[in-house]
Design a protein around this ligand. Sequence first.
Ligand code: PMP
Length: 402
Amino acid sequence: TTHFDAVPLAPPDVIFHLTASYKADTHAQKVNVGVGAYRDDNGHPWVLPVVRKAEQLIVNNHALDHEYLPIEGLASFTSAASRLILGKDSPALNENRAIAVQTISGTGAVRLGADFLARFRGTQTKVLLSNPTWANHKAIFNDAGFKDVADYAYYHPATRGLDLEGMLRDLRAAPEGSIVVLHACAHNPTGVDPTPAQWNTIADVMIAKKHFAFFDCAYQGFASGDLDRDATAVRYFATRTELFVAQSFAKNFGLYNERTGALTVVTKSPETAQAVKSQLAKLSRAAISNPPAFGARIVSTVLNDAALYAEWVENLKTMSGRIQLMRTKLFDALQKLGTPGSWQHILDQIGMFTFTGLNAAQSQAMGTKFHIYMTNNGRISMAGLTSSNVEYFAKSLDWIVR
Ligand code: PMP
């Protein structure tokens, strides 16, 4: 016997496994539309030019060292992160009712928020996740100890749009004070976001039911190319209620592996804000002790400098613009092929992903037959498409659905 007798083999993570299979594939026309990471039109990862500049400034700044950051992170980063999401005129920030702590990217922000809620709201509290959602949401809330992690209706397969009625029904049916995870913009995996009017209705129900809004914001600036527009839902909710917002700088700064994120919290008073911050720091201390500096320095350098900020906005437009172009190209290619079915949703859905509508068997067949790697739920990352593979992708899709 060993100390590990009770340990079964865990299944591999779907997305990371897909990337490994893609890398092992030697087929010339292979395509990876599994992972949600930006690629340029040659299919290569893209280091944002503004990030290169900030890196140089940091490396050449000999006043910087490798000492530990404070537990709550780099202050110039967390304050800029909160401003970015809550807006330059944010009443919550101006009244010192909002705080932020630095986290291990968006995942760490969701986890820290979940750990906090488990401790201070209790693990019996119901947690509601959109159906479907980013697969890690369920794992995070389960691992944080929540006993009742359930779904609310979100995606409507028939319209390939939002099931607002179903969503409101489920929010109303949940016990008062439930925790509701909302995607701030560019919903993963569906690419379907509520309109501003729909957000208002959702907020009405959330507030009437005293639910807690836990926003996950992994794509600010990436969805529409407009940082303010992508923050609309969070800013609207912040005028009406307390909330959490988990911020990732993986996509909008291309800082995937630097693990740069923040958890911003809006409360009703400066005293509450400080109490919450102190408890988040305490939880973070026991989990990671203190966060990594490099990514936070890059983001802080850019967000706190007007010229670099303007350059970043242009870089964001390059990324969101290319993704938008791929939507048009894929749609046009399918039209030209006369592919059965309506493909309007490719144009309507927002952000990194399109929820194609392919079922599990079809999604898998894209891999086995055409060396196109995508998840079984039919989701494709638009950033995996380029001018040189979009035709091949469209022809393959056409073959699969006929
Ligand atoms: N939330 C959602 C909805 C996401 O899509 C992602 C990225 N896949 C994240 C959070 C967090 O990613 P990261 O930890 O790399 O910032």
